[in-house]
Design a protein around this ligand. Structure first.
Ligand code: NIG
Ligand code: FE
Length: 426
């Protein structure tokens, strides 16, 4: 008999999202549904998942263990949000209101708003204030079912404030149940003081900030905003070469507005992911389809910027790319932390099937973060990170809009959200 300290008995459905990772094409359409399923964990790891008979024959709940009745619940892996700009200060609702009146994101950026507004606010705030903001956001994310998230710096744009953001990511990640994966994104924008000498900023990144972040081991990934008016393909290439040589894995904000070829560059460098891809070309689609670089689509951005143009999710999937969905949570182009909403946008706006979208918020983003052996699927040996929803079947996750179906959230085998409310885990 296997010992368990947590059992969820008789769930209406459990979605394992298991099997081979990463998932492409037809694999994306299988979410591994088990009806009337039991799942058990011990010390944070899954020890059993399957039918009742097996649970009764193989698993014994310890005396202090917790048993949850799953009879009106559908369970799935905790959401993995593989692209967020979590540690930002301030907000940009004025800019948002101007956009509703017809100004574009790029026009506002050129007028000195956009990312640079958030850089000013983030530089001004103390490390402790930034930590408090992040902890509140992580509480929200956890209540919404996100159990692992990537978090980028990139609103400091100088050594001191980039380190401040990265230290905040490290410290809140250690104290909060949501696991954080840190990304250094000093190449998010050219800071005000380097506007007329971008080359000097690139040199500063390459010769000073990249080595320093590395030395302090503050980030696993390096990310660049490869975009018209920000960093060109050539500049991105120089930056990613330096970052790769320093030991970072790569991510690229690619082909968001202009089709510069960021996707091809990401594939060429074996980047972990190419993100956005609203303007990706056919050559870019082919390059990603033949690579292990994850095409991370951020449907919140087209929605939030009210853009007709969307990332070609169907083409990417049909050609065989590894597709993931993420929030891009940030104050300018996607002020949303709900992965449930991102899942729904994947279906409604990118024409993904419900199953494809579900694998794209669980298994594939785990792969994009290099965490596929730990999280993203419900399989024996993996972390017990589980979202339990009060719905008749998993189809209701997308079919029934505007409600919160998430009843309980379990992180590392601990109940952290109960009946929709956060449990104080401190
Ligand atoms: O991923 N595209 C660049 N960076 C963010 C936007 C950041 C901001 O507007 O503050 C993004 O969309
Ligand atoms: Fe982003």
């Amino acid at each position: 008999m296997k010992q368990a300290d947590l059992i969820i008995a008789g769930c209406r459905q459990l979605l394992t999202c298991g099997g081979g990772i990463p998932k492409r094409k037809a694999e994306l359409r299988d979410v591994g549904v088990i009806e009337n399923a039991w799942i058990a964990s011990h010390q944070g790891r899954i020890v059993y998942i399957g039918p009742e008979e097996g649970a009764k024959a193989e698993v014994k709940l310890s005396r202090e263990g917790t048993r949850i009745d799953g009879s009106d619940l559908v369970g799935l892996p905790g959401f993995i949000d593989s692209h967020t700009h979590l540690p930002f200060a301030g907000s940009r609702e004025e800019e948002f209101a101007l956009r509703i009146k017809g100004y574009t994101y790029q026009q506002l950026a050129e007028a000195g708003m956009g990312i640079r507004t958030t850089v000013r606010a983030t530089r001004q705030i103390s490390k402790n204030e930034l930590k408090a903001l992040c902890l509140k956001r992580l509480d929200q994310m956890l209540q919404l079912g996100t159990t692992t998230a990537e978090a980028k710096s990139g609103y400091g744009l100088n050594l001191e404030d980039e380190l401040k953001q990265l230290e905040v990511i490290r410290e809140v990640g250690q104290s909060h149940p949501v696991d954080l994966v840190p990304t250094f994104m000093g190449a998010h924008e050219v800071p005000e003081e380097y506007r007329s000498r971008k080359e000097d900023y690139i040199d500063l990144l390459i010769h000073k900030i990249i080595p320093e972040v590395r030395k302090k081991d503050l980030a696993r990934f390096f990310d660049v905003f490869c975009e018209k008016g920000v960093f060109s393909v050539e500049e991105t290439e120089r930056l990613v070469q330096a970052a790769q040589a320093a030991g970072f894995r790569l991510k690229i904000h690619a082909d968001e507005f202009a089709a510069l070829g960021g996707a091809e560059l990401a594939a060429k460098f074996g980047a972990a992911s190419a993100d956005h891809l609203i303007a990706i070309t056919e050559a870019g689609i082919q390059a990603l389809a033949r690579s292990t670089t994850v095409a991370t689509l951020l449907p919140g951005v087209s929605f939030f910027l009210m853009q007709e143009k969307k990332a070609p999710a169907r083409r990417l999937i049909d050609e065989g790319a590894v597709v993931a969905l993420a929030s891009d949570f940030n104050p300018g182009s996607s002020m949303m932390e709900s992965m449930l909403f991102v899942l729904q946008l994947g279906v409604f706006t990118l024409k993904m099937t419900i199953e494809e979208a579900l694998n794209a918020v669980t298994a594939n983003p785990a792969y994009a973060l290099g965490l596929q052996d730990e999280v993203g699927t419900l399989e024996v040996g993996k972390k017990m990170d589980l979202v339990l929803c009060e719905i008749p079947s998993y189809l209701f996750l997308v079919y029934h809009l505007g409600i919160n179906p998430i009843k309980h959230v379990i992180k590392n085998g601990r109940l952290v959200v109960k009946d929709g409310r956060l449990i104080d885990t401190a």
